[in-house]
Design a protein around this ligand. Structure first.
Ligand code: HEM
Ligand SMILES: *[C@@H]1O[C@H](CO)[C@@H](O)[C@H](O)[C@H]1NC(C)=O
Ligand SMILES: *[C@@H]1O[C@H](CO)[C@@H](O)[C@H](O)[C@H]1NC(C)=O
Ligand SMILES: *[C@@H]1O[C@H](CO)[C@@H](O)[C@H](O)[C@H]1NC(C)=O
Ligand SMILES: *[C@@H]1O[C@H](CO)[C@@H](O)[C@H](O)[C@H]1NC(C)=O
Ligand SMILES: *[C@@H]1O[C@H](CO)[C@@H](O)[C@H](O)[C@H]1NC(C)=O
Ligand SMILES: *[C@@H]1O[C@H](CO)[C@@H](O)[C@H](O)[C@H]1NC(C)=O
Ligand SMILES: CC(=O)N[C@H]1CO[C@H](CO)[C@@H](O)[C@@H]1O
Length: 329
């Protein structure tokens, strides 16, 4: 029996999404030592510099939110590139440890398999390995992303959420990236590790309203400790607080339990509990770490394949902070 022709047309019409080009074994033949190299460099770096995991995770997320996960955030600016994503205000606080771990991995990988592995893939795997290393879930990272040919500071604005945004704004920013409300709450659990600088939550603890110095949704003792910690923040903008005051270095579901107790640091964190659209997920993840880990893993996989560049839409950079060819667009 012969298949009718329209079967063939249907097959040809199937959408070929870029994510379908990514595979788990993309570098198995061309760079068989890759995952071992990444694990080794990441482990060494995280042990000597425990801030690395949070730094790399945030770097990865920001990279993906602006034009897909394409290492555009790693490009340093010069007179040819103009202001790159790294220069955008929002990036001023992106810590160097995330960049550093990628650079170290790239150097080691180039020695073994030069010109093969993209910086975008390195960042994606490094972030996953680090999350797992500090106690979080393991999830699959499919590979084959290409590195971007552009990086513009002006493209960051409007793609990265800030703590002073309303939940409606944050939800629509995530939805414009095909990320649901559940993805938003699960991914926000990344704030179970890392730091925020005082200027990111100062309005919650100083001069909050005529009635109260601090945001009344904060647990009073916590608010007072933050006031002390940040007393000098305008003079010393490097002062920062743990995002998860209870278990700051451990990837767990404490972030959600904190929210229920008024221990959320950023206004956007605490808003996840007060907004009826997000509250049920907060309560679910606070009660069930397995549910959080499963959903975080699934959402990270979703983030990591959105709008990625494959084939000739990008390149494999030789150096992660520089385009391969002089590039002025
Ligand atoms: C929902 C909206 C979000 C807002 C408004 C937000 C905002 C922020 C802010 C203001 C900081 C502190 C930056 C600083 O002072 O240096 C921060 C830190 C961090 N964010 Fe988010 N974030 C959001 C979602 C996410 C997501 C989805 C992830 C990852 C999946 C993430 C990962 C991190 C990490 C790991 C840190 C700590 C960085 C470090 O310690 O170096 N954030 N976030
Ligand atoms: C590719 O390599 C990874 C890591 O070494 C291994 O787990 C996987 O089974 C390999 N896949 C194939 C198809 O060889
Ligand atoms: C929110 O914060 C960002 C960065 O801190 C700032 O540029 C922006 O003006 C603020 N927006 C509002 C509405 O306060
Ligand atoms: C709080 O408001 C008072 C009076 O308006 C002002 O003098 C003070 O500098 C403000 N403090 C902070 C931390 O913004
Ligand atoms: C609260 O402070 C603002 C100025 O910051 C003032 O305009 C307003 O009248 C005050 N409200 C009350 C109830 O005191
Ligand atoms: C704030 O800075 C002043 C002088 O710069 C210093 O004397 C004081 O101890 C600092 N306070 C805190 C809480 O760090
Ligand atoms: C926690 O969530 C997992 C995954 O969704 C589920 O299998 C398990 O039954 C839940 N545990 C409880 C106590 O509800
Ligand atoms: C981490 C990082 O690259 N930060 C950069 C953000 O932008 C400023 C201003 O251009 C740079 O000095 C930082 O190095």
């Amino acid at each position: 029996m012969a298949f009718p022709y329209y079967y063939i047309f249907l097959f040809l019409l199937l959408p070929s999404t870029s994510e379908s080009k990514l595979t788990l074994d993309y570098y198995n033949k061309t760079c068989p030592g890759l995952s071992q190299i990444i694990t080794q460099v990441v482990t060494e770096k995280q042990i000597t510099t425990p801030t690395t995991a949070a730094a790399a995770l945030r770097l990865f997320f920001h990279d993906c939110m602006v034009g897909g996960c394409d290492a555009s955030i790693l490009i340093s600016s010069n007179s040819f590139t103009g202001e790159t994503e790294r220069d955008a205000d929002i990036n001023l606080s992106l810590p160097g440890d995330g960049l550093d771990v990628v650079t170290r991995i790239k150097t080691a990988v180039e020695l073994e398999c030069p010109g093969i592995v993209s910086c975008a893939d390195i960042l994606a795997v490094a972030a996953r390995d680090l999350v797992t290393m500090v106690g979080g879930p393991y999830y699959n990272v499919r590979l084959g992303r290409k590195d971007s040919l552009t990086s513009k500071a002006s493209e960051v604005e409007g793609h990265i959420a800030t703590p002073n945004m309303s939940m409606t704004q944050i939800i629509s920013m995530f939805e414009s990236r095909s990320l649901s409300i559940q993805d938003l709450v699960a991914l926000s659990g990344a704030h179970t590790i890392g730091f925020s600088h005082c200027d990111q939550f100062a309005n919650r603890i100083f001069n909050f309203s005529n009635k109260s110095q601090y945001d009344p949704s904060l647990y009073p003792k916590f608010a007072q400790e933050l006031q002390k910690l940040c007393a000098n923040y305008t003079k010393d903008p490097t002062i920062a607080a743990f995002n998860d005051v209870m278990t700051p270095g451990k990837f767990d579901n404490m972030y959600y339990i904190n929210l229920q107790r008024g221990l959320g640091l950023l206004a956007s964190d605490q808003a996840l509990l007060s907004d009826p659209r997000t509250k049920n997920y907060v309560d679910l993840y606070a009660a069930n770490q397995t549910a959080f880990f499963n959903d975080f893993a699934r959402s990270m996989e979703k983030v990591s394949v959105y709008q990625i560049k494959t084939g000739r839409k990008g390149e494999v950079r030789h150096k992660c902070d520089t385009f391969n060819t002089l590039n002025t667009n």
